[in-house]
Every structure is written in C-alpha cells, then in structure tokens.
Write a protein that binds this ligand. Sequence first.
Ligand code: SAM
Length: 248
Amino acid sequence: SGGLWVVATPIGNLGDFAPRAAETLRSVDLVLAEDTRHSRPLLLQFGIETPMQALHDHNEATQAAKLVERMLAGASMALISDAGTPLISDPGFRLVQAARAAGVPVRPVPGPSALVAALSVAGIASDRFCFEGFLPSKAGARREAIARLAAEPRTLVFYESAHRVVESLADLRDGLGGARKMVLARELTKRFETVLDGTIGEVRERVMADADQQRGEFVLVVEGVQDLAAAQLAEGRRLYEKLAGHLP
Ligand code: SAM
C-alpha cells in the first residue's frame, strides 16, 4: 500500500548503506532523489533499478501535492538526498509535511548523518546541543547569527562548506572568543577524514596553515558557553582593547 519512506544514505562511505535502506529503495515504486545524477551510482552499485525522480528545493513546493496524491492512490515512494539523512539541511520537509497532513504513512529508515557522526567523536558535551545548520553566507548576517549564540550554554553544531570554512572560523573566534573549545570534523567516513580539536583560535590556525585542511565537507562542533560572566568580562576586555588601540 502507499506510503513514504525517508531513507538515509551514506555521507561518503558506501559501506554505511544499510541493508534495509537498499531493500526499501528496491521495493518502492519511485525513488525521490535530490539529484538523480548524483544518486544513480549508489543505486547502480546495489543493483537497484527503481525509477527515480528529482525532488529538490526548487520543485518541492509544486511537486509535493501531486506526489502525495499518487501515494494516496497506492504508490510507495522513498525519499533520499545526496548524502546522509533527508530533511537535515536537505530537502523533504514540505513533502513530509504534506504527506502527514494527508494521512499518508511516513516511515524512517535511519542511518548516517554528518551531524550525529561529528558529535559522536567530538568529545564535546553531547547531552544537549543546538544544531544551527549552515551559517548565513553574507558576512553581516553570519556575524549577527554568531553573536546571538554567544550566551548559549548548549553545544553548537554547524555545517560548513569549503568555500566558507575559513571565514566562519574567523567569525566564530571573534564572536565567541578564541579560547572556546571546538572540533572541526572534515570528510567524515571518507579517505581524508580529519578531526581537529583545540580552541577555536588553535583550530583556525591549523586550518589556515594547511590548504588541504580547507578542502571537503565540514561539521563544526563548538562548546557552549561555560562561564557566562567570565565570557562577558573577556568580551568587554577585548572590545576595550580594540577601542583603546584607536584612542590617542
Ligand atoms: N543531510 C546531510 C546529513 O544528514 O548530514 C547533510 C546535507 S548538507 C547539504 C551537506 C553538509 O553536511 C556539508 O556541507 C557538511 O557540512 C556536512 N557533511 C556532509 N557529509 C559530510 C562528511 N562526510 N564529513 C563532514 N561533513 C559532512
């Protein structure tokens, strides 16, 4: 009978593709993929011949209702994204919302997500955390977003791309203080997997010193504020020193 499966796929290592994920993609009528060209090799590798259709940020709003109608009529579908878990900084929210509203069963086939993979190896408090997805791409908005998080006691988790990791590390250092602990998890489960830990200042310096560390995909895990009063005092001092430099 009709329904929607939300299926996680590997974040780099094909060995992480779960047997139930493959079985689900094989058994449904249609695989909805963020990018069919990207996902075709994965399906081929596992001998999955299910037809695919693209569902991405640009067509999801118009496609969701039609797809839900087909599921109500009995079609079974599986949603996948380019990597990891759909809806986690990936398309699918509108479709899942519409399916649920229409009473279509929505079931998960859980698996990899860079967010959880990074947190699981970071050694930074993981009992409570704020997942912030990608920081804004514009510098002003990014700094504002970081400033709003400066007093957050929970661990902060960000996704970042190679284009902006250097800028984001500088803005995190300026907005949260260079002494805060962080982990930079790069290319998890892939050939060049690297997990750097230290203070924000230290991690930034190691990334700046080695262009190879600026390549690939990143998760930034940053410790929440430990002592808010001390952090505010340090921030006051930092601002004072910055201002003092401009005084006669
Ligand atoms: N849905 C995916 C998930 O569950 O992890 C995330 C999709 S988001 C568009 C892509 C971002 O996830 C990358 O820019 C990076 O921040 C993070 N990411 C994905 N794969 C990664 C990996 N192997 N190592 C580190 N970060 C990764």
